[in-house]
Design a protein around this ligand. Structure first.
Ligand code: MN
Length: 400
């Protein structure tokens, strides 16, 4: 039986903690609307006690977005929880998520608190939140570097106070997928009714793998950010986790209830408002995700795209024509022919051969080709000058 995975979409909170990003309130609202329309369950919209503009931005979203649960976060203090609740309480669906660090490193060097003090703060915070709403989740920051007996102690205490979701955090992106899976198993063995959300960072490039493993091991929900934004190397990328599950749903026994055709428009909205473009080779939304460079690959894709593509461009909101054949040093005649056809040139095999020589020759002098370069090569191949014919004869002459 297929289980539908839930999302705690944190583009507007952890994503905004990406150094260099600052959304204005109306921009946060625009992104929140796009995420809600995609079908994500909970939108983590911000940290209201951090300042008045942030409070107002979260409140603006709470008052205007009704098709997703609107969440705000805060530290494990009564005033943070009250402020977070104040910001989201007008929403049609709302929740709050306080957090505290549980690891020895954070307890000793950041908080200056003992295990007993941290435990009591977590318990009291959930108890306070419960006075506002049953939708109180609690996050154990740096869970993956915390003593397991203490993780179980904290989880037990907050569940007893009525915490809804317990968020298990790989705050510093340190976990390996199998050990993260074992941790989820251990918590669920001790507390069979626990509801887990997995918060994974990408410091070692394992965020999506860790989140997926947690889901396979019974976590109900994953925390993600569009374009993999977030502190340092970012969070598990929303588009990657969604498409990993959708593409392999039969093997995973998991699926998503998300409109995947809105992935690219939403990624572009976030890129524009954050000022941060995904890297070219970024999975799913990178500019090269459907671009083919090698001649063998291009020939295959032109015959049947499934030879080298496992996701269809149209499934993530790209026109099929966005599939791109890159004409470069390693590309082949088939791709050049396809590219020139798109520019309106129908070449004979002889002319194509000539254009191919011209293109390769030009790429010995120029890093990349513009449309005008291709047009000139095509035009010259159709009407070759004497110099071009000489070049062609030289290229086709057997090596001495
Ligand atoms: Mn985080």
């Amino acid at each position: 039986m297929t289980r539908i995975v839930k999302f705690y979409e944190t583009t507007l909170r952890d994503g905004e903690q990406t150094p260099g990003i600052n959304y204005f309130a109306e921009e946060k609202l625009e992104i929140a609307r796009a995420l809600a329309d995609m079908g994500f369950d909970t939108l983590d919209c911000g940290f209201p006690i951090s300042g008045q503009p942030e409070f107002e931005a979260v409140q603006l979203i709470a008052r205007n977005v009704s098709n997703a649960e609107i969440c705000a976060i805060g530290r494990a203090f009564r005033e943070d929880v009250d402020r977070a609740w104040e910001a989201v309480k007008d929403a049609a669906q709302s929740s709050i998520q306080p957090f505290i660090s549980t690891s020895p490193l954070h307890r000793e060097h950041k908080l200056g608190k003992t295990r007993a003090e941290v435990l009591e703060m977590a318990r009291a915070t959930v108890a306070r939140g419960r006075e506002h709403t049953p939708n109180i989740d609690f996050a154990l920051e740096d869970t993956t570097r915390t003593e397991h007996d203490f993780i179980l102690e904290v989880v037990g205490a907050i569940m007893k106070e009525g915490a809804r979701f317990v968020t298990i955090c790989d705050t510093v992106g340190y976990a390996l997928p199998w050990e993260f899976g074992e941790l989820i198993d251990e918590i669920r063995r001790e507390y069979p009714t626990v509801r887990i959300s997995a918060h994974c960072h990408n410091d070692l490039g394992l965020a999506v793998a860790n989140a997926l493993t947690a889901l396979q091991h019974g976590a109900e929900r994953a925390d993600t950010c569009v374009n993999g934004l977030g502190e340092r190397a970012g969070n598990a990328a929303t588009e990657e986790l969604v498409m990993a599950i959708r593409t392999r749903h039969e093997d995973l026994g998991l699926d998503v209830r998300v409109d995947t055709t809105k992935i690219v428009p939403t990624s572009r909205l976030v890129a524009r408002l954050s000022g941060m473009q995904p890297q070219w080779t970024k999975a799913i939304v990178g500019a090269n995700a459907f671009a083919h460079g090698g001649g063998i690959h291009q020939d295959g894709v032109l015959k049947d795209a499934r030879t080298y593509e496992i996701v269809r461009p149209e499934d993530i909101g790209l026109p099929a024509s966005d599939r791109r054949m890159f004409v470069g040093k390693l590309s082949g005649r088939a791709a050049l022919n396809a590219q020139l056809r798109e520019l309106g040139y129908e070449l004979t095999p002889e002319q194509l051969g000539r254009a191919f020589v011209l293109v390769k020759n030009l790429l010995g002098k120029k890093k990349t080709l513009e449309e005008m370069d291709l047009r000139q090569c095509a035009a010259t191949a159709i009407n070759p000058t004497a110099a071009v014919q000489a070049l062609e004869a030289e290229e086709s002459a057997p090596a001495e």
